[in-house]
Design a protein around this ligand. Structure first.
Ligand code: FEO
Length: 389
């Protein structure tokens, strides 16, 4: 795609990666992604904000073909999808200096081999005059690494936010508008990338709320031209509020755990509690992560394999533990043939979940009436806890 002007002297550049299916060899990308860079040309200085993933360097090179001079390249975030080609662009524009936060300097040297003498750090709140435009750098740690910062262009009322408020979405649309499909992609992105840093996000939102902007220009996905939309979503997602929702990731090998899960779902629905069920041998883990953004409770369902939990369930538990959702309650249900340590194992995998355990229901072989009574009691306990939120 060619560069696209978003304001006079400000151009979107970068690459739309329609075909990418996986990020970090972990995160499914059902809608591809983009790596957005921005060229800001003031009356005196020209700045490139972020670059592109190494696989797409030729795209950005073509877009910059007519740009004779770049004075500064800004690295808002050291990760390779934005900064992995900066060394090559510093070679193409040898007069350019690289600007980054104080924490980013070591990362850019260690990860990307950028020479220290090419790097100039900026302080939180520092401004850079480009002549008739000004850039203000604002530290926003942990969106998504400790060194991340955003860049504010007050004359054009644009906030360049890098990963923060991005979406993994390949689209020809430059702007998000009020498209619910983009919000959905942004929620998936939040769940997979931002959710572990929820408390820091609350602080960063306060910081950028003090600014006045009409556009939020992230480095993934379309530009937010109704910025309140995504700001409100982030405020909600990062808040401590939970929904009357139970998420049930589970596996069943011979049917017993499936019977228990289905019974529990009916018992919860009868009590006015919403449920999302994820069968872990086929589920999209991104959808599971999204459900954890709002849920009050997780119920993990597992059969027993060689005394422990099913490996797919252990994987889901490790993932949920890493994502640190704002869950308040948890329970474990499942089955075994002759003996099990599955509950102890799963419990040991989720120390980051600051949840109240509402109990376990385990059955030997096929579930009997006593098991259904225990599941009714669990549903009742969940209903009562949810009513308190
Ligand atoms: Fe898009 Fe954390 O990199």
């Amino acid at each position: 795609m060619k560069p696209r002007e978003i304001r006079k002297g400000v151009q979107w550049m970068g690459a739309v990666d329609w075909n990418r299916e996986l990020f970090d060899a972990l995160i499914p990308l059902p809608d591809g992604t983009s790596y957005n860079a921005y060229l800001v040309q003031g009356s005196e200085k020209t700045v490139l904000i972020d670059a592109v993933d190494p696989t797409m360097i030729d795209v950005l090179k073509r877009q910059l073909a007519d740009v004779k001079k770049i004075d500064y390249i800004v690295s808002q975030h050291s990760e390779q999808d934005h900064s992995g080609t900066i060394l090559q662009f510093l070679d193409l524009y040898p007069q350019a200096m690289l600007l980054c936060s104080s924490k980013a300097k070591d990362l850019l040297i260690d990860h990307l081999g950028i020479p220290a003498e090419k790097i100039k750090t900026v302080e939180d709140g520092e401004t850079l005059s480009l002549g008739d435009k000004t850039l203000r750098f604002i530290y926003t740690p942990w969106v998504h690494w400790p060194e991340t910062m955003v860049t504010y262009l007050p004359e054009d009322r644009i906030l360049f936010s890098c990963d923060f408020m991005g979406s993994h979405l390949a689209t020809s649309d430059l702007y998000a508008g009020e498209n619910p499909y983009v919000i959905e992609a942004a929620k998936r992105y939040y769940a997979e990338i931002m959710m572990p840093f929820r408390k820091m996000i609350q602080n960063n939102l306060k910081k950028i709320n003090a600014l006045e902007f009409d556009l939020i220009a992230p480095s993934h996905g379309p530009i937010w031209d109704h910025p309140k939309l995504i700001m409100d979503c982030y405020e909600d997602w990062a808040s401590d509020r939970v929904s009357n929702l139970v998420v049930i990731p589970y596996i069943s090998m011979h049917g017993s755990t499936e019977i228990m899960v289905n019974y529990l779902i009916e018992a919860l629905v009868e009590r006015g509690v919403s449920v999302q069920k994820f069968e872990l041998s086929t589920t999209d883990i991104g959808k599971l992560a999204m459900s954890l953004v709002d849920a009050a409770t997780i119920v993990i369902g597992t059969p027993t394999v060689l005394v422990g939990a099913h490996p797919n369930v252990a994987y889901a538990a490790i993932l949920a533990n890493a994502l640190r959702p704002k869950l308040k309650y948890a329970a474990i249900i499942g089955s075994y043939g002759w003996g099990t340590k599955a509950v102890e194992q799963i419990s040991g995998l989720i120390p980051n979940l600051k949840v109240e355990m509402l109990g376990t229901v385990l059955c030997k072989g096929l579930p009997q009436e006593t098991i259904f009574t225990e599941l009714d009691n669990l549903a009742e306990a969940i209903k009562a806890k949810h009513a308190m939120n």
